[in-house]
Write a protein that binds this ligand. Structure first.
Ligand code: GDP
Ligand code: MN
Length: 387
């Protein structure tokens, strides 16, 4: 899960890291109300979307005093921001962050990430800040320093010094640099992050270190341990169908094909997408309804699948292992009482009580194609979607 820059900065501030004061303005707020008390100082107005490269796309503006900040907010809020990291059509800006600006002497790059193969925390730093680090790694890897921190031993003072000399920072920021690296390591591990990227970290004109941009990404499977972080999820940044799916504990990912899939078990869901592709079809989604597919969840799943206007056929593929096929059939039929089926429905049931389940579907008033062979069912689903 990702969070916004302003949320990341709030967390860093809490851990004692150097961040300038700022506040959020929402699209629906009265902008004048939010800027009228500003001083005649320089501010940075920054679009809050989950994508980098905002500066180049016009999502970061420097402004002096209330009037210019108002203008910057008016142009940024509601805009469709296109950056190299957004989809081609861009992302709508619902929130902007107004932060006291700083005078930059030099920009640096700093990130912490989880190296799963080394089982270490990796620290990456460069004196070329504000850049695209992947590009720099290709062009001149000697400009990048990479260190691994063994989590059993923890961050060592010599590693901090190694980074400090590599970045050629002035002596007077030695202590604050150490505090910064230690603070980042602490928050990174405490909150079980996958990535903490400070790009740029800046040395200000008064020789102080400051976090100017912050990106954080958290391990989803650890969020149950971090309710404070989970609460920061911004539903506007996710597909609305995926947000609804999460409410029903459905493992749903929207794709761009036209065959809606409802499957139990992640492995079977993956092979279902593979076999549809194999027969020339294209799945509209990945959906694992889980082991205990109740009528309520099956209904929610149908609603999600049919809400996608690209869907031309629905393919239900359920293996009744933990759950019985007749209960699944009952769930499907109940769901169809509530959700109007507008496209062909192909159902493949296999497992416990499959005869009873298939019979229930065949005798139902709905137009359901019930096929118990996986390949045959997939083939028919692909053909139906083509019609
Ligand atoms: P990104 O483009 O999404 O990575 O957004 P950043 O927050 O990194 O901002 C992009 C660039 O805007 C930075 O690299 C800075 O050069 C500039 N910038 C942002 N805030 C300030 C500020 O307070 N003062 C100055 N002088 N420049 C800033
Ligand atoms: Mn940045």
């Amino acid at each position: 899960m990702n969070i916004h820059e302003y949320q990341a900065k709030e967390l860093l501030r809490h851990y004692g890291l150097p961040v300038n004061p700022g506040y959020i303005v929402n699209l629906e707020d009265d902008i004048h109300e939010k800027t009228k008390n500003l001083e005649q100082k320089k501010y940075a107005v920054k679009a809050q979307i989950h994508a980098g490269g905002r500066g180049k796309g016009g999502g970061v503006k420097l402004a002096t005093g209330p009037q210019e900040v108002t203008q910057a907010l008016e142009s940024i809020l509601g805009m469709c921001l296109v950056t190299p990291q957004t989809p081609p059509e861009g992302k709508k800006v619902h929130k902007a962050y107004v932060e006291e600006a700083c005078a930059i002497q030099k920009e640096f790059y700093l990130s912490f990430l989880l190296d799963k193969s080394l089982e270490c925390v990796q620290i990456i730093a460069s004196a070329e800040g504000g850049v695209n680090i992947e590009e720099l790694a290709k062009q001149d890897p000697t400009k990048i320093k990479t260190l691994s921190v063994n989590p059993l031993v923890g961050l060592q003072p010599f590693q901090v010094r190694e980074l400090f000399y590599f970045l050629a920072l002035p002596k007077e920021v030695g202590k604050s640099f150490q505090a910064l690296i230690e603070g980042c390591y602490k928050v990174f591990t405490a909150k079980e992050m996958e990535l903490l990227e400070v790009n740029p970290l800046v040395l200000t004109a008064d020789n102080e270190l400051l976090v100017l941009d912050a990106k954080m990404s958290f391990e989803d499977n650890a969020l149950a341990r971090h309710k404070d972080i989970a609460a920061l999820k911004d539903p506007l940044e996710y597909e609305s169908s995926e947000v609804e799916a999460a409410q029903y504990d459905l493992n749903f990912i929207k794709l761009d094909g036209n065959i809606g899939c409802m499957v139990n078990g992640a492995g079977l869901a993956m092979s279902t997408m593979d076999i549809l592709k194999y027969y020339g079809g294209s799945p509209a989604n990945f959906l694992d309804v889980g082991g205990g597919a109740t009528a309520e969840r099956v209904t929610a799943a149908f609603r999600l699948i049919l809400a996608d206007s690209n869907v031309r056929a629905v393919f239900v593929n359920i293996f009744g292992g933990i759950i019985r096929c007749d209960l699944i059939a009952e769930g499907i039929l109940k769901a169809l009482e509530n959700v109007k089926l507008t496209v062909p429905l192909v159902v493949r049931l296999q497992g416990t009580n499959v005869e009873l389940g298939s019979k229930m579907l065949e005798e139902s008033p709905y137009d359901i194609v019930s096929i118990s062979d996986f390949s045959q069912a997939a083939k028919v689903a692909v053909e139906e979607a083509r019609k």
